[in-house]
Ligand binder design. Structure first.
Ligand SMILES: [Zn+2]
Length: 92
C-alpha cells in the first residue's frame, strides 16, 4: 500500500515548503483577509509560517493578494491580531 503523502504548501513569507499542517491558512472573506485557523473556509487559501518574520515578509512583499487572486489591497488587521495573539501566547 502506498503511504498517503502529506499535503505540502509554500509559505508566502520565506518561500519554503512545509507540511500544510504547520502553516497558517489565510483566506479572503467579506472584504477582509482573515486567518482560517481550522482550514475549512471555502475558496482559495494562502499559507504562511506561524512566525513573526514570515508574517512581516508577507505583509511587505504583498504576494498574499496575488496568491488569493484579489484585486487591490485589503486590510490585514484580522491577521495582525491573529499573529499577535498566537506569537504572544507561544512565547509565554
Ligand atoms: Zn515561512
Amino acid at each position: 500500500m502506498r503511504k498517503k503523502s502529506e499535503p505540502i504548501r509554500t509559505c508566502l513569507g520565506c518561500g519554503n515548503r512545509f507540511s500544510k499542517q504547520i502553516l497558517v491558512r489565510i483566506c479572503y472573506r467579506d472584504g477582509q483577509i482573515v486567518p482560517d485557523e481550522k482550514k475549512v473556509m471555502e475558496g482559495r487559501g494562502a499559507y504562511v509560517c506561524l512566525s513573526a518574520e514570515c508574517f512581516k515578509r508577507l505583509k511587505k512583499n504583498k504576494r498574499i493578494f496575488r496568491a488569493l487572486r484579489i484585486k487591490g489591497e485589503f486590510g490585514l488587521e484580522a491577521l495582525d491580531l491573529f499573529f499577535e495573539e498566537k506569537l504572544n501566547n507561544r512565547s509565554l
